[in-house]
Write a protein that binds this ligand. Sequence first.
Ligand code: DHB
Ligand code: MG
Length: 228
Amino acid sequence: MRAHDYPTPSIDECIAVDQYFANRLAPSDSVLQQVLAANAAAGMPPHDVAAVQGQFLAVMVQICQAKRVLEIGTLGGYSTICMARALPEGGRITTIDNNAAFAAVAKNNFALAGMSERIDQQVGTALEVLATLEGPFDLIFIDADKPNNPAYLDAVLKLSRVGTTIIGDNVVRGGAVSNPNSADPNVLGVQHFLQKLASNPSLNSTALQTVGEKGWDGFSLTVVNALP
Ligand code: DHB
Ligand code: MG
């Protein structure tokens, strides 16, 4: 069969393929399992990236040859650990979250993973913390409260260089991103974020849908081609 002759998959088939990829390309290890267990035990929402998406972020760190990574939205630090592991010698990731209780769990997770040295953990309101940081970062992952995505984009462009890659998480919103009449503040935040990406001539952007163990979601991917 040619690729376009295969039938449209069911959601169960998509999940099976995601697990097939995850088992081979992003096998879980005891550290990541303990991190997920600690996060669930702390009552965090199950918003950790899926295993293959964590591995996607790790591969992106290396594709970008990133030495300085910035993450907005630590939660329990699962994605932080995935990216930290992929950094070269001397690489560092700055990660921001405003939830002190969750940040304490993430701090433990970083120690458990042996990654504390590579992680600069900032606890506070992201827009306030971002204003104190010095760029440029090589890779930036925006994964926090979606209504602030447009403001996060403005802030991180000030911490970018020509060539910086910006990844946005959760841009599909269960498909609602394509609803022009949505009143959901999360959807509106993502739509406004994508509109800003699209209308900025200095940015080259795309988006990828993902489907699997975490349902239907996706990433935006942006390269900064010029500074304002
Ligand atoms: C949501 C946020 C996330 O960062 C995520 O990974 C999954 C879901 C949310 O706000 O629903
Ligand atoms: Mg997310």
